[in-house]
Design a protein around this ligand. Sequence first.
Ligand code: ATP
Ligand code: MG
Length: 401
Amino acid sequence: MESFATATAVPNPTPAPFDVAVVEPDPALRTRLSVELAGAAQFETMEDLVQQLDPTRAVVAVFGPGFASPIGFQHVHRVTSSHSSLGVVFAVYELSTDVLQQALRAGARDAVVIGGEANLNQSVDRVGELLAGATSLRTQAPSTRTGEPGRLVSVFSTKGGVGKTCIAINVAAAMAKRSAEPVVLVDGDLQFGDVSVMLGLPSANTVLDAAAAVQYGDLELAQTLTSKDPTTGLLVLPAPLESMPPDALLPGEMVNICAALQAIAGHVVIDLPSVFNDYVLAIIEASDEVLLVGSMDIPSIKNLKIGMQQLDLQAIAGPKLKLVLNHANAKVKLDVKEIERVLGLSANFPVPDDIAVPISVNAGRPVVVAEPKSPVARALDCIAESLVGSTPTVKKGRRGK
Ligand SMILES: Nc1ncnc2c1ncn2[C@@H]1O[C@H](COP(=O)(O)OP(=O)(O)OP(=O)(O)O)[C@@H](O)[C@H]1O
Ligand SMILES: [Mg+2]
């Protein structure tokens, strides 16, 4: 058995604020992982690791495939729930939804595939920095709002590529300009989430870190994990760095993350994927407002109609549904009244098609910031106004469920 003091192979003039350990019964694999992690301390069993833990020193432990079993997850859960200075990353041969869910449930902060695309070192560094900073972060934790929780606004469509992410980012950014309280933007698309790319944000903590924090019952930590976007003032919680299955989080988990954020923000806006699963439905049910995005073309409207019926969206969301007709343009020659009749919704929010949108996406600056006077920015601001009000306010009133 090793200790952390003897483990580091390369002397480092600026020691990391955390130690790294590999825990795996197979000696060859243990050594391989340790070498990949520049001489991390090696432990054959969980007990060996626990003996070396010091509550004042952060440790990131990489658990090998030998722990990716029901009993292994149970052991890891036991140790993560009793040692707050320990951050766990699983290194496995195959990362199925099931393994990922069990790892997160066991309190792991990440899971990577051995020899896969995601870099184990990067994952360990991210978890280590998060852990080492957690104490200082907690002292600067944003103040919890008194009274009512902030409102949850989800942006959804039954069809991909209709502009959900652009609308979520721009409406949230316009809300941040109008609101006296923080506005949080959550990327709920675990598979293809591109909010941070569209905002040009560097990689940071993600919804997976927040899921682990909520899993630990550490809501205060979850609240500190957002990154402030300097251009819009939004607090952003990005999607995982590596694409995850669309239901990698259990239905209630994202709702719990949002609830933690609603305690510190006036509004939480969540960009959802166009998939029909319990994860998405749970968020729609928990939302106070649902922006349902359709594109002004016949296939999109037909798809929206069928999807709404399949999901029984009217029954689930009813009056919370607000139809946003993107790419709305007189030249398209679609009758808005006819669309309203087919969908059974008023099209209060048309958003014109404008080349300024893709230009702003490529520049990493939302169009409501880059071109605030453009017709498209004004249309997006109208949606924000309907959600926040016309002047900066401290919101009162009941939640409209
Ligand atoms: N009003 C608009 N005018 C012009 N281009 C737009 C408009 N809205 C969105 N776009 C463009 O449409 C493309 C798709 O937008 P976006 O990524 O927001 O769609 P999405 O519904 O989130 O897609 P996905 O289902 O893949 O998540 C982007 O290239 C964006 O620039
Ligand atoms: Mg999107």
